[in-house]
Design a protein around this ligand. Structure first.
Ligand SMILES: Nc1nc2c(ncn2[C@@H]2O[C@H](COP(=O)(O)OP(=O)(O)O)[C@@H](O)[C@H]2O)c(=O)[nH]1
Ligand SMILES: [Mg+2]
Ligand SMILES: [Zn+2]
Length: 296
């Protein structure tokens, strides 16, 4: 039986893309996966049974590499984190926070520095070098001179991407510059209207001319440390995780443990003091979240 990818889900139909065709499929109830029951999600690879050239049934849902709740989409290859250099000002704290969430979700990140035309070259370079040293791709862009277009198109190619970033950073402008005629839903607006938070948002994967898909709804709108343990948080800092195997204690949280490779790297100036400060701040937020949400 053929395999395809769910690119849209609406009113009980799953739209499966396969070799340039879209089949509107029904699912035969829920699928058993080990002991839990799973519903098909946009992004899923599925085995389907076509009854004609337009319709079919989903027979099987493939293993997922990851799964987001808002928007409900699976198998995301990367988050494109859009951060503007100006209005709103670049916030390393917020970027580090987004990165903890993408790492926790098991999704790679590409950092786009938008509105690069508004600041000096030095300011841009400093951020590029800092985050590339940790292992993230960083692309400065500007709609004023179409800077970065080729680089962003290249990283989007053949992958499933979800855009993320505060309201006003230039997500819609960027999408318009990259793909004239394609629109990104304003998740921002529906949240202001009080929707979006509790309802399952509709999401659609938009196929890109060069191959790959972009989710039409921005992701990572909630940045609370839900579903994080203290160790999860430590592991969500790539620069720490790279060194933690050299810490004396397994499960080291890099705070006051002896023979900690992360604290040593911090002393040696190999880990950014600012990143470490953010880590400690997020630990407090995480503990506060856990206190507020105790089940007793
Ligand atoms: N100077 C400059 N302004 C930009 C750039 N990208 C977006 N903007 C402006 O920033 C504002 C917010 O952009 P928008 O795309 O709506 O942001 P979104 O809320 O993230 O979708 C708009 O006024 C845009 O014109 C850029 O590269 N350079
Ligand atoms: Mg927008
Ligand atoms: Zn350690």
């Amino acid at each position: 039986m053929p395999e395809g990818r769910i690119v849209k889900a609406l009113s009980g139909f799953y739209y499966v893309a396969d070799e340039g065709r879209i089949y509107s499929c029904r699912a035969r109830g829920l699928f058993k996966k080990k002991d839990a029951k799973v519903n098909p999600l946009v992004g899923d690879w599925v085995v389907y049974d076509a009854i004609n050239e337009e319709e079919g049934y989903i027979m099987e849902v493939g293993e997922r590499t990851n799964e987001l709740v808002r928007p409900p989409v699976s198998n995301v290859d990367q988050a494109v984190l859009v951060f503007s250099m100006y209005k709103p000002m670049f916030s390393p704290l917020l970027l580090d926070k987004f990165l903890t969430h993408t790492e926790r979700a098991g999704i790679d990140s590409v950092i786009v520095l938008s509105k690069a035309d508004q600041v000096s070259e030095e300011e841009v370079t400093e951020i590029v070098e800092k985050y590339e040293a940790i292992g993230y791709r960083v692309i400065p862009t500007s709609t004023a001179d179409e800077r970065g277009v080729e680089d962003v198109l290249e990283v989007l190619r053949d992958r499933i991407s979800v855009f993320a970033g505060q309201s006003g950073v230039g997500k819609s402008s960027l999408i318009n510059m990259l793909f004239p005629g394609v629109s990104l839903q304003t998740g921002d607006v529906s949240q202001k209207l009080g929707r979006g938070k509790h309802t399952t948002r509709h999401v659609e994967l938009i196929p890109l001319a060069g191959g790959g898909y972009v989710a039409d709804t921005p992701g990572f709108s909630s940045l609370e440390f839900i579903d994080f343990s203290e160790l999860d948080l430590a592991e969500s800092f790539r620069d720490f995780a790279d060194r933690s195997s050299e810490c004396k204690f397994r499960g080291c949280l890099h705070v006051s443990e002896p023979a900690c490779a992360v604290q040593a790297a911090l002393e040696a100036g190999e880990i950014s003091k600012q990143r470490y400060e953010h880590y400690k701040q997020f630990r407090e937020e995480l503990k506060e979240y856990q206190r507020r949400n105790k089940p007793w």
